[in-house]
Design a binder for this molecule. Structure first.
Ligand code: OGA
Ligand code: MN
Length: 207
């Protein structure tokens, strides 16, 4: 079976985004693909390919571990078959969102993220003040056997003052509207791996 043929999962996400602005899907990817992506993330970390993430953008990008302590590596197409299968799946999701919500998402940018034990990412929105192209955020978690006491939850702050926590369990995908859902990553007692990305609209290019 080709993984992008699971249309019902994609339409469930589109429906959730329309009705509540976020969606959580367990087992979004086949387990063997999740393991391959986790192994690739660990291998790249071992090879020194992950770097401390910055806060802000362009000239104001700086590393501030009091805000976020993860290490990241941006993905390019053609680097591995596991990454390409993942990018293909996310492109199918991009098209499903465009058909269902008329947003006009143009591309998807994503990075591996590794949070060492104790690292966190303080409450924030995934949209830069000077660049509103990021429209929909998507995170897939790569952690086998995550236990309730391990921490590392994604905490989303929803409209009605509720919070919703997501454990970073292997295969779970979370999708939310980048400009609408403030969120944070709680510290974990063990290493926490993910692929984090953003579907982007066309920007207002300066003339
Ligand atoms: C981010 C982020 C959430 C997560 O990288 O912007 O909020 O659960 N990540 O890893
Ligand atoms: Mn975020």
């Amino acid at each position: 079976m080709h993984i992008t043929s699971d249309v019902s999962k994609l339409s469930a996400i589109v429906d959730d985004l329309a009705s509540q602005g976020w969606s959580q899907q367990a087992d979004f990817l086949p387990a063997e693909l999740v393991s391959a992506l986790a192994a690739e993330c660990r291998r790249r970390a071992g090879d020194g390919q992950l770097n401390p993430a910055g806060v802000g953008r362009g000239g104001t990008l700086e590393v501030r571990e009091a805000i976020r302590g993860d290490h990241i590596r941006w993905l390019e197409p053609g680097e591995s078959s596991a990454c390409d299968r993942y990018l293909d799946t996310m492109d199918a999701l991009r098209q499903a969102i465009n058909q269902g919500l008329f947003i006009g998402l143009e591309d998807y940018e994503c990075h591996f993220a590794l949070y060492p034990p104790g690292a966190f990412y303080r409450r924030h929105l995934d949209r830069f003040r000077d660049d509103d192209r990021r429209a929909v955020s998507a995170v897939i978690y790569l952690n086998q056997d995550w236990q309730p006491g391990d921490g590392g939850e994604l905490r989303m702050f929803l409209d009605d003052q509720r919070v919703h926590d997501v454990a970073p369990t292997a295969g779970t995908l979370v999708v939310f509207l980048s400009g609408d859902v403030p969120h944070e990553v709680l510290a974990a007692g063990r290493e926490r791996l993910s692929l984090t990305g953003w579907f982007r609209r066309r920007g207002n290019e300066p003339f």
